[in-house]
Design a protein around this ligand. Structure first.
Ligand SMILES: *[C@@H]1O[C@H](CO)[C@@H](O)[C@H](O)[C@H]1NC(C)=O
Ligand SMILES: *[C@@H]1O[C@H](CO)[C@@H](O)[C@H](O)[C@H]1NC(C)=O
Ligand SMILES: *[C@@H]1O[C@H](CO)[C@@H](O)[C@H](O)[C@H]1NC(C)=O
Ligand SMILES: *[C@@H]1O[C@H](CO)[C@@H](O)[C@H](O)[C@H]1NC(C)=O
Ligand SMILES: *[C@@H]1O[C@H](CO)[C@@H](O)[C@H](O)[C@H]1NC(C)=O
Ligand SMILES: *[C@@H]1O[C@H](CO)[C@@H](O)[C@H](O)[C@H]1NC(C)=O
Ligand SMILES: *[C@@H]1O[C@H](CO)[C@@H](O)[C@H](O)[C@H]1NC(C)=O
Ligand SMILES: *[C@@H]1O[C@H](CO)[C@@H](O)[C@H](O)[C@H]1NC(C)=O
Ligand SMILES: *[C@@H]1O[C@H](CO)[C@@H](O)[C@H](O)[C@H]1NC(C)=O
Length: 758
C-alpha cells in the first residue's frame, strides 16, 4: 500500500509536466480525443485533447481535425460565460467557465463546467442501439444541458448553443443556404447550395444537410446570422431575436451560425435538462453495384419509419429521457462485462464503441413502387482515415468483436454486400475481394479485379466471420446461401495458406512477405472453419475432408513456424530471429476450433511476457510500432491472466498518456506511446478492443464430423462444451448415410449449433 502510493506520488511528480494542463477530474481517464457527436462517417465531432483541452479551450473538430463550429454560452445572474468552443466576440465581456470534470462511457461524454456560482452539466449522448436498426441508423446525436447552483443559493440561468455551416462541407468557400422551422421542435437546417451526390471534399460529403434542433419548451428562442452578431445578442441579452438572416453566402463569409437559447429560470438544485440534437442526413446515402453491373441507390434505414427528417428529429428529441435510460443500461452492461477482465479493460472498451459504430451506416433499397425493401438491409463501413475503401474485409475483421458482442445482425449486414457482389460473378479473382469499392460512399465493386490484393487474408476472414455469425445466432441462412462462394475461397486457402506466397496481410503498411506465419494461421483456421460450415449444412464429405486438411496443415505448419530454438513462432518461416503478434490464433479460439494445440498458445504467452515495451509488444520485428486492436486480440490468446493484463494495460497506458490528440489511433510506437503520424485514426478497427468481451460467450470446443472434439493434442485451456437441446433441425444431415456416423454427425452439428453460442 505504502509502496504503491509512494510510487504513484513519484510517478505523478515525473509525469505532471506532461499532464499538467489537465485540471479537471477525468473518469476513467482523459482520452486523446473526446467523442461528442459520433454516429456516422459524416457525423463525427470530437474534442481533441493532447495534454488536455477543456471543452471551451478549442473548437470541436471533425475526425480529420478540421473545425466544426459549435459554441456554447450561459448567462448566470446576468454574467456571460463561455462553456463550449473558443469564439472571439468583440466588444462584449465574457468569462470562461472552468472545466470541473469529464467522464466518458460507451455512449456518453459528460462535462461539468463551472460558471461562477452555477455548475453546468453537458451530456453528449451518441446512442448505440443496434437491436433497433432504425434507431441505430439515425444520423443524429443528443446533447443536453442542465445547471445546478454550487453555492447553495438560487440563480437566474439562460443557456445558448450554436453550430456553424462548417458541418456541411470540407471547403469553407462554398455557398450554403439554410432555413429554420419552429413549433414544438425547432430545427435549423443548413446545406450546400450546389450538391454533388456521393462526392467528398476532405472526407466531408458534399450532399445532404446538417440539422441543429431543440425542443421548443417555454423560453426558447432562436436566431440565424453572423457568428459575432448572434453570439453578442445572447451575451448582451440572454435571449435570441427569433430572426433569420436569409443573406445566403459561403461558409466562411461572415460565418453564419444557427443558434438556440433556453431560459432555465431560477436554478438551485439540478434543473431539468434542455435537449438539443445535431445531425447530418442525406438521401440517397450511397451507390451499390448489383447484378449486371447495375447501380442501386440506397437510403438510410431510418426512412423506413419516418416520412421526413423532421419527423425523425422530433421523435428522437422527444425520446431523450428514455434514450438516456437505455444508454445508461447499455453502458452498465458493457462495463460490468468488461470489468470481469479489469478496470483498465472497461475504460478502453468504453472509448471504442462509439468510434466503431461511427464508421457505419445501415441502408435499405427501394422497390420499384418507391416502398422500402426492408428484407435487404445492408450495413456499410468506411475505412476511415486510410484509403476510404468501402466495407474493407480486413477492417470489418478486426472490428468483428464489436458487432459479435453488440449485434451479430449488423455483423451479417456488413458481410452481405461482399457476399452478394461476389455471388453475382462480377468479381474475377478466385479469392475474396479486399473491399466493396475504392471510396465511400461508392460501393461499386471491382469488376476489373484490381483491388488491393490480400488473398489469404480476406478469404480466411470471410469464412471465419461467416461461421462466427452462424455460431452466435444459430441462423444457417448465411452459410447456406453463400456456401459455394465460401467453398471457392476455401479452395484458394487450401492451395495458398500452408505456404503463403509473397503477399500483403492486413498490416499492409509493414510491407509484403512470403511465408507469413500468422497469415498461414488465418488460412488454416479458415479451412477448419469451412469444415464446420460444411458440417452445419450437412455436407459431411467436405466437412471431414477440410477438417483433416486443416489438421494436417496445422501439424506441418508447426515444423515450419517455430523458431529453431523452439522458443517462439517466427514472423516468417525459417527466419528464427523474427517474431510478431500471432493474433490470428484468436480466431481459432473464438470459434472453438482448437486446430492449433495449446502448446502453441503457451509458447506465445511466455514469449510475449518478456517482449513488452512501455506501451506494449511490437507488432513484429520489422518495426517498434504496434497496433492496439491486434494487441487486445493477442491478449485473447494468452494462457495467463497476467500476460492478458499486460497487453490490456499497455493499450490503456497509450490511450491515457496525454501525448496524442486524434480520435484513438490504432497504430502507435510501443516504446514511447505516440501515435504514428498520418496513419489510422478514428478507425472502426478499435471495435477489436472488444475481443475479450466476445470471448466471454465463445464456444470452448466444437465437434468434428466423427463426433469427437477436435484439438486432441489439447485445446487452448478449455473444456468440452456441454451439449444441450436445440431448436436447430438436423434434418439436413446427408440422408444417404445411415447408422452411427449419422448419429455422430447429428450430435456434432448440434454441438456446433448450441454449444457455440450462448
Ligand atoms: C467594437 O467597438 C469598436 C470601438 O467602439 C468599434 O469600432 C467596432 O466597430 C466594434 N465592433 C463590433 C463588431 O461591434
Ligand atoms: C427506438 O427509438 C424509439 C423512439 O424513437 C423508442 O420508442 C424505442 O424504444 C427504441 N427502440 C429500442 C430497441 O431502443
Ligand atoms: C438551397 O440549396 C438546395 C440544394 O442544396 C436547393 O435545392 C434549394 O432550392 C436552396 N434553397 C434556397 C432557398 O435557395
Ligand atoms: C456545382 O459543383 C460542381 C462539382 O463541384 C461544379 O462542377 C459546378 O460548376 C457547380 N455548379 C455551380 C452552379 O456552382
Ligand atoms: C441515384 O442518386 C443520384 C444522386 O441523387 C441520382 O443522380 C441518380 O439518378 C440516382 N440513380 C437512380 C438509378 O435512381
Ligand atoms: C463516387 O462516384 C461518382 C461517380 O458516380 C464520382 O463522381 C464521385 O467522385 C465518387 N466519390 C468518391 C468519394 O470517390
Ligand atoms: C432583449 O431581447 C428582447 C426580446 O427580443 C427585446 O425585447 C429586448 O429589447 C432586448 N434587449 C436588449 C438590450 O437587446
Ligand atoms: C517458403 O517456405 C517453404 C517451406 O519452408 C520454402 O520451401 C520456400 O522456399 C519458402 N518461400 C520463400 C519465397 O521463401
Ligand atoms: C478434399 O478437398 C481437396 C480440395 O478441394 C480435393 O482436392 C480433394 O480431392 C478432396 N478429397 C476428397 C477425398 O474429397
Amino acid at each position: 500500500m505504502y509502496f504503491s502510493s509512494f510510487l504513484a506520488l513519484l510517478l505523478s511528480f515525473f509525469i505532471s509536466p506532461i499532464l499538467g494542463a489537465v485540471t479537471w477530474s477525468a473518469t476513467p481517464f482523459n482520452p486523446p480525443s473526446v467523442p461528442l457527436a459520433v454516429r456516422s462517417p459524416y457525423l463525427s465531432a470530437w474534442l481533441a485533447q493532447g495534454a488536455g483541452t477543456a471543452l471551451n479551450a478549442d473548437w470541436p473538430t471533425f475526425w480529420t481535425g478540421s473545425i466544426v463550429g459549435w459554441a456554447g454560452y450561459a448567462k448566470v445572474d446576468g454574467v456571460a460565460y463561455n462553456w463550449m468552443g473558443n469564439p472571439a466576440v468583440p466588444n462584449v465581456t465574457v468569462t470562461k467557465a472552468t472545466q470541473k470534470s469529464l467522464q466518458f462511457t460507451s455512449t456518453q461524454s459528460v462535462f461539468v463546467m463551472t460558471a461562477g456560482p452555477v455548475d453546468i452539466t453537458i451530456t453528449f449522448l451518441s446512442p448505440i442501439e443496434p437491436t433497433d436498426l432504425v434507431n441505430q441508423s439515425l444520423p443524429l446525436s443528443y446533447y443536453a444541458i442542465s445547471a445546478a447552483a454550487n453555492d447553495g443559493k438560487s440563480h437566474s440561468v439562460q443557456v445558448y448553443a450554436d453550430i456553424s455551416a462548417e458541418w456541411v462541407s470540407g471547403d469553407n468557400n462554398l455557398l450554403v443556404n439554410w432555413s429554420t422551422s419552429t413549433g414544438d421542435v425547432l430545427t435549423h437546417a443548413v446545406q450546400l447550395a450546389n450538391q454533388t451526390g456521393f462526392t467528398e471534399i476532405n472526407d466531408r460529403i458534399q450532399q445532404g444537410a446538417a440539422y441543429h434542433s431543440t425542443l421548443g419548451t417555454p423560453g426558447t428562442t432562436y436566431q440565424t446570422g453572423q457568428d459575432i452578431v448572434v453570439r453578442a445578442q445572447f451575451i448582451n441579452n440572454g435571449t435570441l431575436a427569433n430572426t433569420q438572416d436569409i443573406n445566403f453566402r459561403a461558409v466562411s463569409n461572415n460565418w453564419p451560425v444557427f443558434a438556440f437559447a433556453h431560459d432555465l429560470g431560477t436554478v438551485s438544485s439540478a434543473s431539468d435538462p434542455v435537449v438539443f440534437s445535431v445531425g447530418h442526413a442525406r438521401d440517397p446515402v450511397l451507390q451499390y453495384v448489383i447484378v449486371n453491373n447495375a447501380i442501386q441507390n440506397r437510403s438510410s434505414y431510418f426512412w423506413t419509419r419516418y416520412a421526413s427528417i423532421g419527423d425523425a428529429i422530433s421523435a428522437f428529441l422527444k425520446d431523450y429521457s428514455n434514450a438516456l435510460a437505455r444508454a445508461n443500461a447499455f453502458d452498465a452492461q458493457v462495463e460490468a462485462d468488461a470489468k470481469k477482465v479489469s478496470d483498465d479493460y472497461a475504460s478502453i472498451v468504453a472509448l471504442s464503441i462509439r468510434q466503431g459504430f461511427g464508421a457505419t451506416e445501415i441502408t435499405v433499397s427501394k422497390n420499384s413502387d418507391g416502398s422500402f425493401d426492408t428484407s435487404n438491409a445492408l450495413t456499410f463501413m468506411k475505412e476511415i482515415s486510410s484509403s476510404g475503401n468501402v466495407n474493407t474485409v480486413d477492417v470489418i475483421f478486426p472490428s468483428w468483436p464489436l458487432f459479435l458482442y453488440t449485434s451479430p445482425e449488423i455483423g451479417k449486414q456488413l458481410l452481405l454486400p461482399l457476399l452478394e457482389y461476389q455471388m453475382s460473378g462480377q468479381y474475377p479473382n478466385k479469392w475474396c475481394t479486399h473491399d466493396m469499392g475504392p471510396h465511400y460512399p461508392n460501393a461499386t465493386g471491382h469488376n476489373d479485379g484490381k483491388d488491393e490484393p490480400m488473398p489469404v487474408e480476406e478469404s480466411g476472414n470471410m469464412i471465419i466471420m461467416a461461421l462466427s455469425y452462424t455460431q452466435k445466432t444459430k441462423d444457417l441462412s448465411l452459410i447456406k446461401t453463400y456456401f459455394e462462394l465460401l467453398d471457392q475461397w476455401t479452395q484458394f486457402l487450401i492451395s495458398d495458406s500452408l505456404i503463403p506466397a509473397n503477399q500483403l496481410s492486413t498490416d499492409d503498411f509493414a510491407g509484403s512477405l512470403p511465408n507469413q506465419t500468422n497469415l498461414a494461421i488465418k488460412g488454416i483456421v479458415g479451412i477448419k472453419a469451412m469444415s464446420q460450415i460444411a458440417l452445419l449444412v450437412g455436407d459431411n464429405g467436405r466437412a471431414s475432408n477440410y477438417s483433416s486438411i486443416a489438421d494436417t496443415y496445422a501439424k506441418q505448419w508447426q515444423s515450419l513456424a517455430v523458431s529453431s530454438d523452439g522458443s517462439h513462432l517466427t514472423l516468417s518461416y525459417g527466419d528464427s530471429g523474427s517474431w510478431g503478434l500471432a493474433y490470428n490464433l484468436y480466431a481459432d479460439k473464438l470459434l472453438g476450433l482448437n486446430v492449433f494445440p495449446s502448446s502453441i498458445y503457451a509458447l506465445q504467452t511466455s514469449w510475449y511476457s518478456s517482449r513488452n515495451n512501455p506501451f506494449g509488444v511490437p507488432l513484429d520485428t520489422r518495426h517498434t510500432y504496434t497496433k492496439s486492436d491486434w494487441q487486445i486480440w493477442t491478449a485473447g490468446i494468452a494462457t495467463s491472466n497476467s500476460v492478458r493484463d499486460q497487453f490490456v494495460s499497455a493499450v490503456k497506458a497509450y490511450a491515457a498518456d496525454a501525448k496524442n490528440k486524434v480520435p484513438l489511433g490504432d497504430l502507435y510506437e510501443s516504446k514511447d506511446g505516440t501515435w504514428v503520424p498520418n496513419t489510422g485514426r478514428a478507425r472502426p478497427v478499435v471495435g477489436g478492443h472488444l475481443a475479450l468481451l466476445a470471448l466471454q460467450s465463445a464456444p470452448t470446443s466444437v465437434a468434428s464430423p466423427t463426433g469427437t472434439p477436435t484439438g486432441s493434442s489439447g485445446s487452448a485451456g478449455s473444456s468440452p462444451t456441454t451439449v444441450t437441446s436445440s431448436g436447430i433441425n438436423p434434418g439436413s444431415t446427408n440422408g444417404a448415410h445411415r447408422g452411427g456416423d449419422v448419429l455422430f454427425n447429428v450430435l456434432g452439428a448440434l454441438a456446433v449449433c448450441i454449444g457455440l453460442s450462448r
